[in-house]
Design a protein around this ligand. Structure first.
Ligand SMILES: Cc1cc2nc3c(=O)[nH]c(=O)nc-3n(C[C@H](O)[C@H](O)[C@H](O)COP(=O)(O)O)c2cc1C
Length: 149
């Protein structure tokens, strides 16, 4: 069973709810799961990690939530080699923001890809306009995602 680090980016709690719901599901399947609420380089400890799941909302006009922006800034600046990592992305957004729908999840996906990490499965993009229960949609996606690890 893989250890999984879940990192979430949120302004109003939806991505946190998704992260905590998936933590429970993964633990029930026997995985050890940690959640990162704020950027913490010591907790991230990338060389020791195998699997990371990013749950991230988009805010502003395609911006990252403020709690996850410091992680982006540091990774983008220091460019660590993350080729030991497999990762998944759950992006939360709203299609009424047509030009920037789920942009933050896409930006983080691109960042981890550039740093050599390997994405597992397809990125999930959850539209708040049509899906009032993001945790339920994420749970369905995660059943298949965790099988791919
Ligand atoms: C002020 C504001 C700006 C937003 N901007 C975007 C956006 O640019 N793109 C997008 O896809 N969703 C956007 N959204 C929708 C949020 O990403 C969506 O509601 C999400 O579920 C919020 O998750 P959170 O509670 O974890 O912050 C925005 C929402 C708000 C309130």
């Amino acid at each position: 069973m893989d250890d999984i680090l879940i990192i979430y980016g949120t302004e109003s709690g939806n991505a946190q709810m998704v992260a905590e719901t998936l933590q429970g599901d993964f633990e029930a399947r026997g995985h050890a799961v940690e959640i990162m609420e704020q950027w913490d380089a010591a907790q991230a400890d990338w060389p020791s990690r195998q699997v990371v799941l990013i749950c991230c909302a988009t805010h502003g006009m395609g911006d990252l939530p403020s709690n996850i922006q410091p992680m982006f800034d540091e990774l983008d600046e220091t460019r660590p080699d993350l080729s030991n990592l497999r990762y998944g992305v759950v992006a939360l957004g709203d299609q009424t923001y047509f030009d920037t729908f789920c942009k933050a999840g896409q930006v983080l996906d691109d960042l981890f890809d550039r740093l050599g990490a390997t994405r597992v499965g397809e990125r999930l993009e959850i539209d708040a306009c049509t899906q009032p229960l993001p945790d339920e949609e994420a749970q369905k996606w995660a059943v298949e995602w965790v099988e791919l690890l």
